[in-house]
Design a protein around this ligand. Structure first.
Ligand code: ATP
Length: 256
């Protein structure tokens, strides 16, 4: 199982430190939702955990420091889907999602039957099969977002970092995507970290929630412990009430 440990992480841009003193642990197969107001440092934190930003502190997966792993092994250990990806727009959906299989390819670098099967299954589950041959630049925003996520999922890494995965997705596709991530967690023991602005989705899917404010951890715990009207008023200057659906799932509702 891929237990993710983050110890005293600090990161930022040039001399501008954005996050500091962040420590957290996500058990193998766990789901941590990172929430917080605009500019709190959620994307910066995720990029630093992914090793894409210079940082101090430690990131360990399964007890091993991420920085000590060779590139290919690191890609099998951790997958990251950014909020605003740079896309090779001429590629087709299938070819782009197949790039997620790169760390698993044999010495000749050719994809095998298993790679194609993984991609085909993901396209089907994310409602992308009909778009398989389309070039990325012809896709709608939501279709492109699902394609980016399909590539990250195709990597089959032990740890999955998703930055605002539901941005631009309608409610049905957002639920399909989060359900799929949850299934991978159950089937493969994937450890999941997502940033999410939608607090109801964060509460319904995350096992634990980390509230980031001004680059530091303001609270961490179960969704019920962290997503209280008082903490949301303090950290977001928001007026909300916490309701529950008939099956007991929390709904964070704005009040006028
Ligand atoms: N490439 C960059 N260079 C300089 N500063 C940056 C860069 N990217 C982000 N920042 C700054 O770092 C701070 C945190 O940004 P970040 O994107 O991590 O926040 P966030 O919590 O993900 O915000 P949002 O909810 O608005 O997406 C902001 O003040 C932002 O302006």
């Amino acid at each position: 199982m891929s237990r993710l440990e983050v110890r005293d992480l600090a990161a930022g841009y040039r001399r501008h430190r954005v996050v500091s003193g962040v420590s957290t642990t996500v058990d193998g197969g766990g789901w941590l939702g990172i929430i917080g107001p605009n500019g709190a440092g959620k994307s910066t934190l995720l990029k630093a955990i992914a090793g894409l930003l210079p940082h101090t502190g430690e990131v360990r997966v399964g007890g091993r420091a991420l920085t000590s792993l060779p590139r290919r092994e690191r890609a099998r250990t951790l997958a990251y889907a950014p909020q605003i990806p740079q896309l090779p727009m001429g590629l087709t959906v299938t070819d782009y999602v197949l790039l997620g299989r790169t760390p698993h390819l044999g010495p000749l670098g050719r994809e095998g039957r298993r790679d194609l099967a993984v991609v085909e299954e993901l396209l089907a589950r994310l409602d992308l099969t009909d778009l398989a041959g389309r070039a990325l630049h012809t896709l709608s925003g939501g279709e492109r977002q699902r394609t980016v996520l399909a590539r990250a999922l195709a990597q089959r890494a032990g740890v999955l970092l998703l930055d605002e995965p539901t941005t631009g997705l309608d409610i049905g596709h957002a639920q399909t995507l989060l359900d799929l991530v949850d299934e991978l967690r159950a089937e493969l023991g994937t450890t999941v970290v997502t940033t999410l602005h939608d607090l109801t989705l964060a509460a319904q899917y995350s096992e634990r929630v980390l509230l980031l404010d001004d680059g530091a951890v303001a609270a961490e715990g179960t969704p019920g412990e962290v997503l209280t009207p008082a903490s949301l008023a303090e950290r977001y200057a928001a007026r909300v009430t916490v309701l529950h659906t008939p099956d007991g799932s929390p709904v964070i509702a704005p009040t006028r």
